[in-house]
Design a protein around this ligand. Structure first.
Ligand SMILES: [Zn+2]
Length: 66
């Protein structure tokens, strides 16, 4: 998990706003699209290793694009 422990963001799959990646007490990542910064309130919780790996791949891809 160290690779994505930094403050990273990804685009909301629903509204397209940047979404900060947070971590639960069990160090599982989750996404919250913050309504205070214009987001839609979407929440996604990633618990499976496959989902976490896909998230890591997605974060790398976003950084290459921008
Ligand atoms: Zn959103």
């Amino acid at each position: 998990m160290a690779e994505i422990a930094e403050k990273l963001s990804i685009r909301c799959w629903l509204c397209g706003k940047p979404v900060e990646i947070k971590f639960s007490a069990k160090e599982k990542p989750y996404l919250v699209c913050d309504t205070r910064s214009g987001g839609c309130g979407m929440q996604t919780f990633l618990r499976e290793p496959k989902a976490i790996q896909l998230l890591q791949n997605r974060v790398k891809g976003d950084m290459q694009c921008e």
